[in-house]
Design a binder for this molecule. Structure first.
Ligand SMILES: [Zn+2]
Length: 235
């Protein structure tokens, strides 16, 4: 007889806001292999999607965070959450298996919490990008595009404010790829070109990905009979 292994297991975690403990589900590492990925790293899985379980929602106070959020809130942050969100939140238990809609709810909660406590822009950008992916899984193109736009703007703020500079090829590639998905072709070319031509960039995987998407973009622009920017005209 085959024993079915539940892809989910429970962990106990402490809330970064009220410090009470609660249980949340994780996907077993053996189930975390993605069957494919989109060019902006959106991953597809045969079984449970580990991304559905990234956000931990405290059933006691309603605060939602991820492993990358602050380990503990400061008093002003806690106060901001209690005043702006705490009382209004429904405090639903997301500890078990999550549907796509549940996952979307948890990411939106995490986004609100991150904005209220003024978490790092990098975290906010990642939450916005994940929300776009969830809409992509659900084939809601309009909402996906909306959140791709928010994520792109947020990643640009990360680039500008955190002095990411040439060391962060992945960030520049992502901004280019999200611009491409928004049909902002000239902007996309600009970001991919930076990754390809900046001699200080050593990230071979991101240089290769930028070249590939640059070529895809060139074909799309030719197919739409658009005028190619100067840097794309040769070759
Ligand atoms: Zn809590």
């Amino acid at each position: 007889m085959m024993v079915e292994i539940d892809p989910l297991f429970q962990i106990t975690t402490a809330c970064v806001c009220c410090e009470k403990t609660f249980q949340t589900s994780r996907v077993r590492p053996s189930f975390k292999h993605a069957v494919r990925r989109d060019a902006d790293f959106c991953a597809y899985y045969k079984n449970e999607n580990p991304d559905f379980y990234v956000v931990r929602v405290c059933p006691h106070c309603g605060f939602a965070s991820t492993e990358n959020s602050a380990a503990k809130l400061s008093d002003p942050q806690r106060k901001a959450f209690e005043e702006k969100v705490g009382a209004a939140s429904k405090k639903k238990d997301y500890g078990g298996k999550r549907s796509l809609e549940d996952a979307l709810d948890t990411y939106k909660l995490a986004l609100i919490c991150a904005q209220v406590v003024r978490d790092k822009e990098r975290i906010i950008a990642s939450l916005l990008h994940h929300i776009a992916w969830l809409y992509r899984y659900g084939k809601n193109e309009e909402q996906e595009r909306r959140f791709i736009g928010y994520a792109r703007d947020s990643y640009v703020r990360v680039y500008e404010t955190e002095n990411a500079g040439p060391s962060d090829a992945r960030l520049m590639y992502l901004i280019g790829e999200l611009c491409r998905r928004l049909d902002e072709f000239n902007e996309a070319v600009r970001w991919f070109s930076r990754v390809i031509h900046d001699q200080r960039i050593m990230d071979a995987a991101m240089i290769r990905a930028s070249r590939e998407q640059w070529a895809t973009l060139r074909e799309d622009m030719l197919a739409r009979k658009m005028e190619l920017p100067e840097e794309m005209q040769q070759s």
